[in-house]
Design a protein around this ligand. Structure first.
Ligand SMILES: C[S@@+](CC[C@H](N)C(=O)[O-])C[C@H]1O[C@@H](n2cnc3c(N)ncnc32)[C@H](O)[C@@H]1O
Length: 225
């Protein structure tokens, strides 16, 4: 997520994240980063202005039927994953805690039928519980520190409709010991929380990018019973 950014931007992310965590507001720095970017996506480390390639790969593989189905994109950033699902016919809701990011999505995609909303993963609207046929969680849990991880995972799982699908894209760490971050990769015991929430693991794919073979990235598909 942060590996390709210039040193200066990396330092800024570290500083903003550290300050936010020290003030017990672990998500507060995202709005600062988006606002400071002033519309320049190169100042948003994770923004590639394209759907995440592991999501695109999954969509090609599974060819999910979008018509008549709902989808939710968590921490949607600049909106590319949401737009990709919209193009497949899903009725898409996409949310982010950053008002600037949501305004940016609406500017980029003025004719979009995606319902772009400002919302907090850690304080969700109750009407989203058990609602969405497909939920995309890409790299948001790992952007939150370990002390809110359990709550974040519970929130992610809670929005999947019965018989629905959850797709998680995240870094993985072999050790249970707390990692340094951000990002803070997920451990096996943290991932096990999804199955305790009634989400059955269907497929797990590990990706190792040639430039960073030390970073394990996972794409896990879950189905809710
Ligand atoms: C590392 S970025 C990942 C963006 C996108 N999902 C992707 O994979 O490219 C994390 C995103 O989550 C958003 N975010 C952070 N905390 C959040 C929260 N509590 N609720 C909703 N969104 C949050 C940030 O604003 C940011 O857009």
């Amino acid at each position: 997520m942060f590996e390709e950014q210039p040193q200066q931007l990396r330092q800024k992310v570290q500083q903003l994240a550290t300050e936010a965590i020290e003030s017990s507001q672990p998500s507060a720095w995202f709005e600062v980063l988006y606002a400071d970017a002033g519309g320049d996506a190169s100042q948003v480390p994770w923004a590639k202005l394209a759907p995440h390639p592991y999501l695109q790969d999954w969509l090609s593989l599974r060819q999910p039927e979008g018509q008549g189905h709902s989808a939710l994109v968590i921490g949607c950033g600049l909106g590319d994953d949401a737009q990709a699902l919209c193009e497949l016919g899903f009725q898409v809701t996409a949310f982010d805690i950053s008002p600037t990011a949501i305004a940016w999505c609406k500017r980029r995609f003025p004719d979009s039928t995606v319902n772009y909303a400002i919302a907090d993963l850690l304080a969700l609207p109750p009407q989203w519980q058990n609602t969405f046929d497909l939920v995309i969680e890409s790299r948001n849990i790992q952007a939150l520190p370990l002390d809110v991880r359990s709550q974040a995972i519970k929130s992610v799982g809670s929005m999947v409709a019965p018989m629905g699908t959850l797709l998680v894209i995240a870094r993985f760490r072999e050790q249970e010991a707390p990692p340094s971050g951000p990002p803070w990769p997920l451990s096996a015991s943290e991932l096990a929380q999804f199955s305790r929430l009634g989400l059955q693991e269907i497929q797990r794919v590990t990706f190792l990018e040639p430039e960073h073979p030390e970073i394990q990235q996972l794409r896990i598909e879950y189905h809710k019973r």
